[in-house]
Design a protein. Sequence first.
Lengths: 300, 373
Amino acid sequence: MSISVKHISKSFKNTTAINDVSFEVKEGELFGLIGPDGAGKTTIFRILTTLLFADKGTATVAGYDVITNYKDIRNNVGYMPGRFSLYQDLTVEENLTFFATIFDTTIEENYDLIKDIYIQIEPFKNRRAGALSGGMKQKLALCCALIHKPKVLFLDEPTTGVDPVSRKEFWEMLKRLQQKGITILVSTPYMDEAILCDRIALIQNGQLLQIDTPQQIAKQYPKKIYAISADNIYQLIIHLKAYKHSYSVYPFGEFVHYTDKRADFDLKELVLFLEDRNIKNSRIQQTEATIEDTFMELAK
Amino acid sequence: MKTIGYIIQKEFKQIFRNKGMLPIIFILPLLQLIILSNAATFEVQHIKFSYIDNDKTSFSRALIDKFNASAYFNVIADFSSKKEANSAMLTGDVDVILEIPHYFERNLLKNKKTTLAVTIDAIDGAAAGVENVYINQIVHDFNKNAQAVLMQPDDLKNKSKTITSIPSFWFNETLNYKTFMVPGILVLLVTMITLFLSGMNIVREKEIGTLEQINVTPIKKHQFVIGKLFPFWIIGLGLLSIGLIIAKILFNVPMVGSVGLMYLYTSIYILVILGMGLFISNFTDTQQQAMFIAWFFVVIFILMSGLFTPIESMPPWAQFLTEFNPIKYFVEVMRMVMLKGASYTDILPQLIKTFIYAIVMNGLAVWSYKKTN
């Protein structure tokens, strides 16, 4: 096991940040912690990267205990905090050299590992980090986290605030790193990124709701979901919520995901209801549950 | 070693790239040195002097002429009544009222004795004290001349014996205030700049989040702390050098003692200040907090350093507290070495105390710096 967390709890004064969290990440796995802001993702990262002591429970990273062998962990993990935290007044190259030096290595030594990523920001190597775009900052931060060839990589919300194209590129880079044998623990509030992980853990209010592959988690959704669209989505949602048999109504892009309380639900009845409420051009079709649906259901 | 070297290199790069910070570090302190050394004087001049002459005789006029002739007094008003004079003092138009009584001349001639009433605005207590001394000197002077005029031949035998004291001011013969203010102000500047910069430096890494990234690396506490503080040690010594050059060229302050000794002491002294700065930054989360705490200590240190008010005049408990004031030792050493030419053995007590202080302060600072919380 590359990462093993057993019954970890942590409170700050009177707030419980995480409560009895346990999970394991296999070597070479891309594992995602999926949950909203404030769920406790960053606290888990800080405990695993030896920045914070847990109140209860034990954890190991790359076979080292987070408390007794913290020095070994610091040599063997790469950490990319949620906030961009490189020196904005140093250039791209200086930042990278700095992190290489404090890990007692050089850029040349591990160049093959970062080559794919670094090549994209190399044209700007003499630019100050503060003057980079959001996507390039993330690439630089990733390079800095990788420069000492870590066994485990911790990425805390790496794609928050990054444009869709850069997000896609970033995940492709993670996939390539995974192929090089690096274990990756990544957290994200975006459900569409969850599907790209090998396994995910859904987390809310400091507790893990479920751990499984994204496909399995989506499959476990207990009800039939209908995607409904109409000219006026806003009116559609209001009326669906008012419908006495409705179980859940969530906007989902250009559709509304609807589930019904009844097991023997008749579509025609709903169509009539919507026509009666003067909803124009409504289309209803059954659809596959996604992780977001499961998450919403579990978090209910 | 390589790691420390690279951190130092990185710190210098960051300092010199910060275009807003450079002038604050190097130009402002020197402007302060030049302005303060010229302005912060204990001499009281341009005293607004007024008088009420109830006598109006040649004697009373001679006394007022004495004040007129003095460079310290500007005779600005002549009041006819005490009431008028008092209201002028109330509005702050005059600092001093001299009231010459009726029959001033007659009493002096007949009784060889008379009195003068002097009223001094003591809102600024220090200035009032100095003004009182000046007035007494002038009256005393006038008194001696008057005696000579009034002396009858048969009085000569009975002439009272007077003792005159002639002070000789060693190490600063002309009592030039710049000579002792410049070393003191230089001390303040070196202290303030190094304390503020080091205090804010590590907090800044906390604020921008880089400290979190650094803490996950295998970097050792001492490597990081030395790497962070060494540049400010250099900057402190650099400031001292520029300050000494200005003191010599601009103010012509005598430098009797060994310059090497000054650098030896300063290099240990800055360690105390840097340790303090690091200690402050360990207990604060923002640069603003660090700045306020640093400012709090600097103000206490300055006012209790003996630079503006003599330590001997403080109450015993305050005198005891000054033992923990590093600025006090620095001011003492700078004045002793620069003006008196004190040798290594003369400043040994200060040197040892500062050295112990440096060890304690830095020990505390490194101990309280935690990579985990």
